[in-house]
Design a protein around this ligand. Structure first.
Ligand code: IYR
Length: 205
């Protein structure tokens, strides 16, 4: 048990958010398996209030990039407070999101306000955002375990995603997960390597 807990930590702590992706293809099966893994997450009343729209490379990806970059430009040039821009500075992000076109896969995650378990059901869902957040964590862990780099991306607002992916109004666009191989010479900011020690993130009583 100790060894398994230790080994899992050692593996997960090598996960890095990457913002520069290669166009090298990744088999669809890897993404399918990661989504099945995400689908094992606990959820309110086991309603599994998530939907994953997987965008391979193609015309939708250009639309996605253009729409996301338009929102990001508004964010970086007008909407973001000085405090927020200051917090982002060590990451070196900006409004350009070429990876939305180059990476082999972009997974758009939707949170279903209504659904239930059976296909076509429209029951109220519970703890939607908690459930979908956990599922996204498992999705990232699975993709990392498979040997892929990932990026969680949340342009704000994300309404354009529903239209591009053809999803209904009662589903809230939750997050984009980009997956693939890092681009040649991809680098991660030193800031991202600083993880808080156990004493700072926990206490035992
Ligand atoms: N969505 C923007 C800004 C951004 C916000 C946070 I908080 C980050 O941790 C990273 C980026 C973008 O993707 O550039």
């Amino acid at each position: 048990m100790r060894r398994r807990a230790h080994d899992f930590y050692e593996e997960m702590r090598t996960r890095r958010t990457v913002r520069d992706f290669s166009d090298k293809p990744v088999p669809r099966e890897i993404v399918e398996r990661a989504i099945l893994t995400a689908g094992t997450a606990p959820s309110g009343a086991n309603h599994q209030p998530w939907h994953f729209t997987v965008l391979g490379r193609g015309p939708l990806r250009r639309r996605l990039r253009e729409a996301a970059e338009a929102e990001e430009r508004a964010f970086y040039e007008e909407k973001a407070s000085e405090e927020w821009l200051d917090a982002l500075a060590p990451l070196g992000t900006d409004a350009n999101k070429p990876f939305l076109e180059t990476a082999p896969w972009v997974i758009a995650v939707f949170a279903q306000r209504r659904g239930g378990i059976e296909p076509g059901e429209q029951r109220k869902n519970y703890y939607v955002s908690e459930s979908v957040g956990i599922a996204c964590g498992l999705l990232l862990a699975s993709l990392h375990h498979a040997g892929l780099a990932t990026l969680t991306h949340t342009p704000n607002p994300m309404g354009f995603l529903s239209e591009i992916c053809g999803r209904p109004e009662h589903e809230k666009p939750y997050m984009l997960v980009v997956a693939g191989y890092p681009g040649d010479g991809a680098r991660v900011p030193a800031h991202a390597l600083r993880k808080k020690p156990l004493e700072q993130i926990s206490d035992f009583r």
